[in-house]
Design a protein around this ligand. Structure first.
Ligand SMILES: [Fe+2]
Length: 214
């Protein structure tokens, strides 16, 4: 496992075939009441020793179906981390791996961990908010990802641009200190302030309103 920052750890860093300049990672949220694994990686099994040494896991969360992969079954079987993902994408997820449970809207799954539905990139896309007691982390998947510190979106041919814009407006109202996307070029997380978050998201929204893809 990579210790990235404070209580934030990453595992399974991998080059992405669809975006070779970017690195994808799963993140380990170390918690007294069971670690959470957020996102997915094809390389988790290579880091089995480190993951098992991190203490017991409670669940794995993916924020949309693009992260569904057979290694989610590996995490369920070897880390006792059943997979949770968006109910709206259950069928697409089940084509790759099993699900232990799902989410649909704005839901507190633990006192320190909330799911916020942010459709647009895909119909079921969500963000996760985690409060580790010191800082609030927003796990944005690839609804917002990082390229050398710049915040970028991913409007695909099947994306819903209007829903995406509404979700960005919602994310702007969330209070968080650290953005942690599922893929990044350069530093894999970004410490931010309310003002900086507003500036980055306003710039994204302007680009999407003008027809850009990200
Ligand atoms: Fe995606």
């Amino acid at each position: 496992m990579e210790h990235l920052f404070d209580t934030l750890y990453a595992a399974g860093a991998e080059r992405l075939s669809f975006a070779p300049d970017f690195t994808g990672r799963a993140f380990v949220l170390r918690r007294q009441r069971g670690n959470l694994l957020v996102y997915a990686s094809r390389r988790l099994a290579e880091e089995a020793d480190g993951l098992l040494a991190a203490g017991p896991f409670a669940r794995q969360y993916i924020n949309h179906h693009h992260q569904a992969m057979p290694s989610c079954d590996w995490a369920c079987e070897n880390l006792n981390a059943p997979l949770f993902g968006p109910e709206r994408e259950r069928q697409q997820i089940l084509a790759h791996c099993r699900m232990g449970g799902g989410f649909a809207d704005h839901e507190a799954h633990f006192a320190d961990f909330e799911v916020v539905a942010t459709p647009g990139h895909t119909a079921g896309s969500a963000c996760f908010l985690w409060d580790d007691g010191r800082r609030r982390y927003l796990f944005s998947g690839d609804t917002i990802f990082l390229t050398e510190g710049r915040w970028i979106g991913a409007v695909l041919p099947g994306s819903d641009r209007l829903a995406y814009l509404a979700s960005l407006a919602l994310i702007k109202t969330l209070s968080f200190d650290v953005l942690v996307p599922s893929l990044a070029k350069g530093q894999p997380f970004h410490q931010t302030s309310a003002r900086e978050t507003e500036r980055h998201i306003d710039a994204m929204m302007r680009r999407l309103e003008h027809g850009a893809d990200g």
